[in-house]
Design a protein around this ligand. Structure first.
Ligand code: 13P
Length: 254
């Protein structure tokens, strides 16, 4: 089964509008006119509009936001609705990132509400899962991933799952310089695909793309991306620099 790799840069709380545009102009020159992989940038909310304008002539790069609220509107101070993101032209929304789970207390139920709202609006979610170091040390990787998938993807529509993306990001590998070994990544991705198969069936499990995230760099991209069930990367730190992000895209062999 060949799945087109998807490489996304999650800029987290970095880059205001001016820096976002500067990155895009430099990246555009580095990446050229075509790429065999899907490329996605996830700027902060305030940089989405400027990024979209800077990407107006780009057919290569798509836009993601890093979060959303599940309600269409209302008294939710500080939140952003999916409709607002659609108005800007966002293609994907990252939900369930471990920083949202750990720092802001988001749980699988909330992530499920966001996934349902995104599907209803025809916006593609990038749904993050992954275990902490404690959970890995206590042999809980599979039980944690199974819980996050079962509860986070509860009652979602199979057809919409085909366009959704899962990002496996072991929390202990995020921003630590400690990457999962290609074998560890493959094993977690294989298991994730198996659980998705149990929930949504063979068609979805064979087609859905599962990204790896956690200290991805140009140097470790090729080996990680060549694993059978690894279909791309969700990049943090190395995605802030246009040179290293373009190398990660180019080092992903299709
Ligand atoms: P790093 O690539 O900085 O480890 O971050 C990964 C991540 O959290 C992407 O969402």
């Amino acid at each position: 089964m060949s799945r087109k790799p998807i490489i996304a840069a999650n800029w987290k709380m970095h880059k205001g509008p001016a820096e976002a545009v500067e990155f895009i102009e430099e990246f555009d020159n580095l990446i050229g006119d075509s790429s065999p992989v899907d490329i996605v940038l996830a700027p902060a909310f305030v940089s989405l509009s400027a990024s979209k304008q800077a990407l107006v002539n780009s057919e290569l790069v798509q836009l993601a936001s890093q979060n959303c609220h599940f309600e269409q509107q209302g008294a939710f101070t500080g939140e952003i609705s999916i409709g607002m993101l659609q108005e800007i032209g966002v293609d994907y929304v990252i939900i369930g990132h471990s920083e949202r789970r750990c720092i802001f207390g988001e749980d699988d139920g909330l992530i499920n509400q966001k996934a349902k709202a995104l599907h209803a609006a025809d916006v593609k979610p990038i749904i993050c899962i992954g275990e902490t170091l404690d959970e890995r040390d206590n042999d809980q990787v599979e039980s944690v991933l199974r819980r996050q998938l079962t509860e986070g993807l509860m009652e979602l529509d199979s057809d919409k799952m085909l366009d959704s993306v899962i990002a496996y990001e072991p929390v202990w590998a995020i921003g630590t310089g400690r990457t999962a070994s290609p074998e560890q990544a493959q094993e977690a991705h294989r298991f994730t695909r198996e659980v998705i198969g149990e929930i949504f069936g063979e068609d979805v499990s064979s087609k859905i793309r599962i990204q790896y995230g956690g200290s991805v760099k140009p140097e470790n991209t090729e080996e990680l991306m060549s694993q059978a069930d690894v279909d791309g990367a969700l990049v943090g730190g190395a995605g802030l620099d246009p040179v290293s992000f373009s190398e990660i895209c180019k080092n992903t062999k299709v």
